[in-house]
Design a protein around this ligand. Structure first.
Ligand code: FES
Length: 297
């Protein structure tokens, strides 16, 4: 089956638009209201400190725990009552993990503007909320002694969260959310001229071409810096952004990269920006990718 059929169908659901926009507005508003602290929390939950999106790393907690609880429930329904406490514990662990998954997922999703990613992401979130509610209800009725109903609610929740995980995968693999959008391959290994030096003024940024790779040039305190032009977050044009304190801020969602080494100073990008070495030769600015360290060096 064409894997885009489901996401295309979801993308056409107009009723999802106000839901998605409302959810995104609430999350964006909460972070904006938090000021500097809100930004730090957002960076943490995005995974800037990890160098990788945090959401995919934590979703395995509820998925794993609820898969385990569902298997143990099958065993218990088959007569092995000794596994009941283990199933209940797995449901509870999954609920804690679901909370972490929700906040990291909403944090990663709230800046997205494309209709498809917005609606598929909202559907993914609504399904996860439904599954989490079912597991919470499952835990309550288990504790009240109605184990058959608790198991049934758990199985239903597991089916829903599995479908939701499919949508999460399509967001990553089809729509490239959370993947690195900066060029990392086929970068020029030898210096290539890209711009007459006189055409780059102090505190100015320019987009140039280096062997087919778009490169951002910036001059600050007389030094020329070069980073890949396409933002690692979602490919935004860095040369159309702003220079701030030795960094460039992306015009699309505000990621901030240090000119010196391309490291992320502010998310949502969790990946650093590829940097280039620069030199001036014969009045031309030249750039090349840094040499890759050899093993043992
Ligand atoms: S494209 Fe999103 S911050 Fe650059």
């Amino acid at each position: 089956m064409d894997s885009t059929v489901i996401t295309d169908a979801i993308s056409k659901q107009e009723w999802l638009e106000p839901v998605a926009q409302g959810m995104q507005g609430a999350v964006s508003g909460a972070y904006a209201a938090g000021g500097e602290t809100g930004k730090k929390v957002e960076n943490f939950l995005n995974g800037v400190w990890l160098g990788h999106p945090l959401h995919p790393a934590v979703v395995y907690v509820p998925l794993g725990a609820w898969t385990a609880s569902s298997v143990l429930d099958v065993m218990e329904a088959g007569g092995n009552e000794a596994v009941g406490p283990g199933a209940d514990a797995a449901v509870a662990v999954g609920l804690v993990g679901a909370l972490a998954s929700a906040v990291t997922g909403l944090t990663q999703w709230h800046p997205l503007e494309a209709r498809s990613t917005r609606r598929v992401g909202a559907t993914h979130a609504l399904l996860n909320v439904t599954a989490t509610g079912l597991f919470a209800a499952s835990l309550v009725v288990r504790k009240r002694g109605n184990r058959p109903l608790g198991r049934a609610l758990g199985w239903l929740g597991c089916a829903i969260v599995s479908g939701s995980a499919y949508l999460g995968g399509s967001l990553a693999y089809e729509q490239k959310i959370g993947v690195d959008h900066a060029p990392r391959e086929n970068l020029p290994r030898d210096f290539v001229p890209v711009l007459p030096e006189a055409e780059l003024a102090e505190n100015q940024m320019k987009r140039v071409d280096a062997g087919g790779i778009p490169v951002l040039l910036a001059r600050r305190n007389g030094r020329v810096f070069a980073l890949a032009e396409s933002c690692a977050h979602l490919g935004g044009p860095l040369s159309e952004g702003a220079l701030e304190d030795g960094c460039v801020r992306c015009p699309w969602h505000g990621s901030k990269f240090r000119l010196e080494d391309g490291q992320v100073v502010d998310g949502p990008s969790t990946y650093p920006q590829p940097r280039f070495e620069t030199r001036v030769q014969g009045g031309q600015i030249e750039v090349r990718a840094p040499e890759i360290p050899q093993n043992g060096e």
